[in-house]
Design a protein around this ligand. Structure first.
Ligand code: TXA
Ligand code: MG
Length: 363
């Protein structure tokens, strides 16, 4: 096994030659290509089976300010880097970059003229993210440019959170995978649209580990003229849907995934047992359901060949969710019964992914 520097250099060579690299990030693995190379970008679409016209996120290396730990110097450094991708870098973008990058946040910005339309899906905006995973940073620095990278899964399927998952998705040799271990966050970055600040504020298009409260707080407590944004961000919350432009079916296992509310477990389980004729099912639930079953409060689900307990902590479930769905899908059971997640903002992003996985499942 060559050492890390050699592995990174090999990946850089592949990228420079217009090839594809499986890149570890803290959210999910990305399928990376040179963001300035049209034929490399086209390879992403053909390998993933992704319809063209779906925009890609450009990943960038961390800013290196002249003065360490200086807010202003850091904002200047971010402005310089972001200007390569955006024609209008707002103070709000710099505030969020300073606060959350490197990290699981993608910003939608007005695109710079030179950004390829293959990357932006023909739109006037571009998604930019500075990932936190140290190997992603090493790769980006050594490459010396932006890397366009969607999640490294086939279109509509479960996002990969280990190098092994990426190899399962792309078993041929068209993708060089860098093994950076299991992803720490486990679900895709929050996407925040900053292109309509004047009318809508900062709008979350895809929920993730960084939630609306954290974003609003960063924008309103900043001393860089963020005060006016309080009303804007709130206005944005009301005026536009929090999740837009995403397909309702996504992240989906091939096995039917049924999300049930624990208070409806009795009729749902009894229908599964008596009517549906399932021969083998999997049951995924919080620990309380097990106690209820022992106390005979819920009717037991029959023909359970796999039972999994969910962690009570949302960060832990986010980290495990996609690996869990892959594991369950590989069982080839008739149906996966998955207990509904609790309410609350810290579960929003996971509930969003699970819901989409359910809509697209069993196809
Ligand atoms: O955590 C992540 O964001 C991962 C890792 C690899 O960085 N990437 C990822 O990429 O999830 P992908 O392509 O699977 O999802 C990107 C989403 C898509 O829904 C796309 O429509 C949206 O970002 N997006 C990208 N550029 C956009 C733009 N200019 N305007 C609106 N949405 C955009
Ligand atoms: Mg994806």
């Amino acid at each position: 096994m060559p050492d890390l520097i050699q592995r990174i250099q090999r990946a850089v060579d592949v990228l420079k030659a217009g090839g594809l690299v499986g890149m570890p990030t803290e959210t999910v693995y990305g399928l990376a290509a040179d963001a300035n190379n049209v034929s490399a970008i086209n390879k992403i679409f053909s390998s993933k089976g992704r319809p063209s016209g779906h925009p890609l996120i450009v990943h960038i290396a961390q800013a290196e300010p002249n003065v360490a730990d200086d807010h202003q110097a850091s904002a200047i450094a971010w402005r310089e880097i972001l200007s390569q991708w955006s024609r209008d870098v707002s103070p709000e973008a710099l505030i969020l970059a300073n606060k959350f990058w490197p990290g699981p946040l993608t910003m939608i910005l007005p695109k710079a003229k030179n950004v390829l339309s293959e990357v932006t899906g023909g739109q006037e905006t571009v998604g930019v993210r500075c990932p936190q995973h140290p190997m992603a940073q090493q790769l980006l620095k050594a490459f010396g440019g932006g890397l366009a990278a969607p999640s490294a899964n086939r279109f509509g399927r479960i996002s990969p959170t280990t190098a092994e998952h990426v190899r399962e998705e792309f078993p041929g040799n068209e993708v060089l995978v860098i093994d950076g271990g299991p992803c720490d966050v486990g679900i895709e970055s929050t996407i925040v649209d900053l292109t309509r600040l004047d009318t809508h504020g900062a709008v979350i298009l895809r929920p993730g580990a960084i939630n609306q409260v954290m974003i609003d707080q960063a924008l309103t407590t900043s001393d860089q003229g963020g005060g006016k944004l309080l009303s804007m961000a709130q206005k944005g919350n009301e005026a536009v849907p929090r999740v837009s432009g995403s397909l309702s079916a996504h992240y989906a296992p091939k096995t039917k995934l049924l999300i049930y509310d624990s208070k409806d477990a009795k009729p749902i389980f009894s229908e599964a047992n008596e009517v549906a004729g399932f021969k083998q099912v999997a049951w995924v639930h919080f620990p309380q359901a097990q106690l209820d079953k022992q106390n005979d409060k819920v009717l037991g689900l029959k023909n359970v060949v796999k039972e999994l307990l969910l962690p009570l902590e949302p960060k832990s479930l986010a980290r495990e969710l996609y690996a869990l769905l892959r594991q369950l899908d590989a069982l080839n059971v008739d149906c996966i019964f998955f207990e509904q997640l609790p309410g609350g903002i810290e579960w929003d992003a996971i509930r969003d992914r699970l819901g989409r996985a359910s809509v697209g499942s069993g196809v």
